[in-house]
Design a protein around this ligand. Structure first.
Ligand SMILES: C[S@@+](CC[C@H](N)C(=O)[O-])C[C@H]1O[C@@H](n2cnc3c(N)ncnc32)[C@H](O)[C@@H]1O
Ligand code: SF4
Length: 367
């Protein structure tokens, strides 16, 4: 069996639930215990018995991994080092909320081997941060960037969200300009999605919030123009990097590599098997420690489904796909080429600028 090269760790704790968020998270410190950390490490031990684990990338996501205390993070990093062969590790990303980083924690992250910080800034406008229910201010986020730079991090990514209710084109432009001025190596810029079972979704269906596709498209086009002018390459529909600073972990997902996920609600995909751990931290911890099955959901993908899924993800990247890879969808591809949403160049088919605005519709043709 080939080695698994990409590991994801779901840390489900957040200081506060953001009203637009649909990730599995827990607010407060109830389960933020040593027991949970031991369960994560035990899950790694068990996985290492069934698979060769030699990660080139590790991603701590959530939730908010930076919500763990400095000594909890150090305990986890030491535990991972004791259980995993990290000799091939090239990228170790951790997602952080700006309100949760102080100099001592930044030092622990650095010493623990984290190479890349993904900072959830979302906006540099305090009024919009309030609308988003964020626990940090713009000034706090800027200070956090400084703390991380001082700690020696040379690979910072900033997460932003556009089409926030009430956000004007000028506010978005100012957020992009401020981001560029801080010189991150990477920017992820997401159009707000109204996810079911969130407060935002209820406000949308209740008529308090309105969606405006034209405004969304305008902000997205501004993003692409402004970040391109500042030297960021859009290597995936929502992701922009300085040369050589693309997220290797995310690229591996998009190109269809196998990965294992650890922690509650974490997904794994190996070949055509996909499963998700139970979405309950206490239950997850109990099951790991009792040696019980952790899987809350599992599916076996047909090879065609998996191929379609990989094509849909790869089509969102700047490399696109070879014409040969696209043979099963020849008709749809010909249609998208004819109407100018796809372009073929040097044997690769990829989204045009107009196609990027309709990327979801194009991707849907493959799945
Ligand atoms: C899993 S979150 C983790 C980051 C961290 N917990 C935080 O919020 O600072 C990763 C990113 O997804 C984006 N995101 C979360 N919910 C979203 C939504 N409903 N629509 C668009 N982007 C979203 C945000 O930009 C967020 O920083
Ligand atoms: S957006 Fe981030 S901080 Fe907010 S609830 Fe979701 S995971 Fe937690």
């Amino acid at each position: 069996m080939p080695a698994i090269r990409h590991l994801y760790f779901h840390i489900p704790f957040c200081p506060k639930l953001c009203p637009y968020c649909c990730f599995y998270v827990e607010v407060g410190a109830k389960n933020k215990t040593r027991g949970f950390l031991d369960a994560l490490l035990r899950e790694v031990e068990v996985a290492a018995r069934g698979h060769e684990l030699k990660p080139t990338t590790i991603f701590f996501g959530g939730g908010t991994p930076s919500a763990l205390l400095a000594d909890q993070l150090a305990y986890l990093f030491d535990g991972l080092r004791a259980r995993l062969d990290l000799s091939a590790l090239e990228e170790f990303t951790l997602e952080a909320n700006p309100a949760t980083i102080r100099a001592d924690k930044a030092r622990v992250l650095r010493e623990g081997g984290v190479t890349r910080l993904s900072l959830g800034v979302q906006s540099w406008d305090d009024a919009l941060l309030k609308t988003l229910g964020r626990v940090h201010t713009a000034a706090q986020a800027e200070k956090t960037v400084g703390i991380l730079r001082d700690a020696g991090f040379d690979n910072l990514s900033i997460d932003l969200m556009f089409s926030v209710p009430g956000q004007t084109a000028e506010q978005w432009r100012a957020t992009l300009d401020k981001t560029i001025a801080l010189q991150p190596e990477h920017v992820s810029s997401y159009c707000l999605t109204y996810e079911e079972d969130t407060e935002y979704f209820r406000k949308l269906t209740g008529g308090q919030f309105k969606q405006d596709d034209e405004h969304d498209a305008q902000l997205f086009e501004t993003t692409m123009d402004v970040l391109a002018s500042a030297g960021f390459a859009q290597y995936e529909i929502s992701n922009y990097a300085r040369p050589g600073r693309e997220s290797q972990h995310n690229r591996a997902y998009w190109l269809g590599a196998d990965y294992l996920g650890f922690g509650p609600s974490a997904f794994s995909t190996v070949g055509t098997d996909r499963w998700e751990n139970v979405r309950d931290t206490a239950e997850y911890t109990r099951r790991v420690m009792a040696g019980e099955n952790l899987v809350g959901f599992t599916e076996h993908l047909s090879p065609d489904t998996r191929r379609g899924e990989i094509a849909a993800f790869a089509m969102r990247t700047s490399e696109g796909l070879s014409a040969a890879d696209l043979a099963p969808w020849e008709k749809s591809v010909a249609h998208f080429l004819a109407i100018g949403l796809l372009i073929e160049e040097a044997g690769r088919v990829r989204l045009t600028q107009r196609g990027k605005l309709l990327a979801d519709a194009v991707a849907a043709a493959f799945v």
